[in-house]
Design a protein around this ligand. Structure first.
Ligand code: HEC
Length: 124
């Protein structure tokens, strides 16, 4: 138990500068369970939705090999913490006509944690 806490404390010390504003990646992984029916973070692993590997910095609708809606292609959003936050709050408001059928994450903390998880898990 003690060593588990020590390891956690070390992990938090290492992670905290990068995650200070971005949320808690470990909690975000649990939030990502809501996306996993349609998304993977493994490169090339498209499901109903595109793989989110490398999504940070990618322009919306541009990953080769996935049939995006015209709405997502035309949106030309550069995905970063800010644009993902807006999109995930209410996908149909940010990208009207998108074929991502997901109501959104109304809780800002859920979004911040999820984005921290995506930033760490999708660097591929
Ligand atoms: C019911 C299936 C489904 C769920 C659940 C879902 N998505 Fe999606 N997602 C899609 C589809 C389909 C697209 C492609 C949309 C389009 O082309 O209009 C997409 C697109 C995206 C994109 C744009 C990717 C790109 O390459 O431009 C992001 C980012 C994204 N989803 C994140 C998420 C996150 C994070 C969650 C969980 C909170 C989530 N999605 C939940 C189906 C889903």
């Amino acid at each position: 138990m003690v060593s588990k806490f020590a390891a956690l404390a070390v992990a938090m010390l290492i992670a905290s500068p990068a995650l200070a504003q971005a949320g808690d990646a470990a909690k975000g992984k649990a939030v990502f369970a809501r996306c996993m029916a349609c998304h993977s973070v493994d490169p090339g692993a498209n499901r109903l939705g595109p793989s989110l590997a490398g999504v940070m910095g990618r322009t919306s609708g541009t990953m080769a090999g996935f049939a995006y809606s015209p709405a997502m292609k035309n949106a030309k959003i550069r995905w970063d913490a800010k644009t993902l936050d807006a999109f995930l709050a209410k996908p149909t408001a940010k990208v009207p006509g998108s074929k991502m059928i997901f109501a959104g994450l109304p809780n800002p903390a859920d979004r911040a944690n999820l984005i921290a998880y995506l930033a760490s898990a999708t660097k591929k």
